[in-house]
Design a protein around this ligand. Structure first.
Ligand code: BES
Ligand code: MN
Ligand code: ZN
Length: 497
């Protein structure tokens, strides 16, 4: 998809399709009004006849309207004008994109960025149109022997703004939207790639090719031997049951002065989570290929970041491994020593995410980070607590948690805080080691974060549990690219203060 920004009147756009909104009940938006006048009242008539009353998501395609330069007019219902807020706006934009994709129009001029959205400016709307449209048209067909795409897919969209002054603002927003969309696409592609291909070594190669294509990014990979020498006993204990060697992938983005403390992003990269000896039930186990979506989001953010040339230093750490029940696998009751020196009794080998993250979090300290954020499909309990709408955020530094929630609200990729109170730490007591790796069924997302907190005490740190948001199940099974938008927004916000 190619996007551009332009100013001009709707009736004069020589486009395959011009898109305009209609409010409930039967109220034309500004652009629709102009089209109505140019067409001698046709739109008003269509609306009066009841073919389009403006309900949200309703669409009506009018071919070859006399008096209008475009080949088609697509009217999109927007609901009551005063109720148009974030999520309905995205729904309208998504609907327009999907409808167009099924028509013959491969290109369109959209006036949807002109719509009044409660509390939102042009910048936000342009970004949302770009991100939402790109997301809606995303397909993962690398492994289909014949593509199932639309025969004449939507390829280009021009976002129309009211005047020349709005052009500059629109163009800046477009660049941000495109960078985030590219990051989301990368994260989705990596997530959707099956685990027989997406192994730790393959992930490391993807990081290498990203670094190769972006001069501002460098990369390095630590092998098992080096990790062993350093003492990453927790991380390595997870890899024991697999034939695939674990990798610690390190990405560095340098956009600021050398001495500027970096933001460190740590992404869980379990390329397949069978549960290990504490093996999972087989229903939907295929979805555990998505257990590297934290890692994928880190790579996606690096993609967006380098495209935007943000003046920041950012480090990405990706502990990558499979979790399989091989003959050498960790057993319930095994005790391992983490890089921090703390010992861990592995009571459940399926709580492997925290074991690889804790060593990566300790390793992160050597970068003297400004803040550390880890991103992980960490607990099934998170899906129970927050569903698929919000990621969970927990941390030891309230301003950081606040900034992440704010970035989620702004980007539409939202997170909600769960408490990280001292009282929950009790659940991690072990009779034989410094801690157990599980805290029982109650508050599973919180006790997982409590475990990680023991490795970040000296740092400003937050944890995003994306178990419910990183992919969709069922008929529309696919990685979502979350939380690339949230994290990129957080980094954008850091540059403007
Ligand atoms: N990757 C899973 C978490 C997960 C499960 C995410 C289902 C999305 C859907 C993680 O490694 C895991 O298995 N967690 C266990 C922890 C438990 C053993 C304390 C879980 O959530 O069941
Ligand atoms: Mn697991
Ligand atoms: Zn897992």
């Amino acid at each position: 998809m190619k996007f551009s920004v332009k100013s001009g009147t709707p009736e004069q756009q020589r486009s395959a399709c011009v898109i305009a909104g209609v409010f409930e009940k039967r109220r034309l938006s500004d652009a629709a009004q102009r089209l109505d006048e140019a067409s001698g009242g046709l739109l008003g008539e269509v609306v009066r006849r009841g073919d389009m009353d403006g309900r949200p998501g309703q669409v009506l395609l009018l071919p070859a309207v006399a008096g209008i330069a475009a080949q088609r007019v697509l009217l999109v219902g927007c609901g009551p004008e005063r109720e148009l807020a974030d999520s309905r706006y995205r729904k309208i934009v998504r609907k327009a994109a999907l409808t167009l994709n099924e028509t013959g129009a491969m290109e369109a001029a959209s006036y949807l960025a002109e719509l009044p959205v409660t509390g939102r400016h042009l910048h936000w709307k342009v970004r949302q149109v770009v991100e939402t449209t790109a997301q809606a048209l995303y397909r993962f067909e690398q492994f289909k022997s014949k593509p199932e795409n639309a025969s004449r897919p939507l390829r280009r969209m021009t976002l129309m703004v009211t005047d020349r002054q709005a052009l500059a603002e629109g163009k800046r927003a477009l660049a941000e939207g495109e960078a985030i969309a590219a990051g989301q696409r990368l994260a989705r592609d990596l997530g959707n790639t099956p685990a027989n291909i997406c192994t730790p070594a393959w992930l490391a190669r993807q990081a290498a090719s990203l670094a190769k294509s972006q001069p501002s990014i460098t990369h390095k990979v630590l092998e098992e031997k080096e990790m062993g020498k350093m003492g990453m006993g927790a991380l390595l204990s997870v890899a024991r049951g697999s034939r695939q060697p674990a990798k610690l992938i390190i990405l560095e983005y340098k956009g600021a002065k050398r001495g500027d403390r970096p933001v460190v992003l740590v992404g869980k990269g379990v390329t397949f989570d069978s549960g290990g000896i504490s093996i999972k039930p087989s229903a939907a186990m295929d979805e555990m290929k998505y257990d590297m979506c934290g890692a994928a989001s880190v790579l996606g953010v690096f993609r967006a970041l380098s495209e935007l040339r943000l003046p920041l230093n950012v480090v990405g750490l990706i502990p990558a491994t499979e979790n399989l029940p091989g003959g050498n696998a960790s057993k319930p009751g095994d005790i391992v020593t983490s890089l921090s020196g703390q010992t861990i009794e592995i009571l459940n080998t399926d709580a492997e995410g925290r074991l690889i993250l804790c060593d990566a979090l300790t390793y992160a300290e050597r970068y003297r980070p400004e803040v550390i954020i880890d991103i992980a499909t960490l607990t099934g309990a998170c899906v129970i607590a927050l569903g698929h709408q919000a990621s969970a955020v927990l941390g030891n530094h309230p301003p950081l948690v606040h900034d992440l929630i704010r970035a989620g609200n702004e980007s539409g990729d939202r997170a909600w805080e769960l408490p990280l109170w001292e009282e929950y730490q009790e659940q991690l007591k072990s009779n034989f080691a410094d801690m157990a790796n599980v805290g029982g069924r109650p508050a599973g997302t919180i006790t997982a974060a409590c475990f990680l907190a023991r490795f970040t005490e000296k740092q400003r740190w937050a944890h995003l549990d994306i178990a419910g948001t990183a992919w969709r199940s069922g008929e529309k099974k696919s990685a979502t690219g979350r939380p690339v938008a949230l994290l990129t927004q957080y980094l954008l916000d850091r540059t403007s203060r």
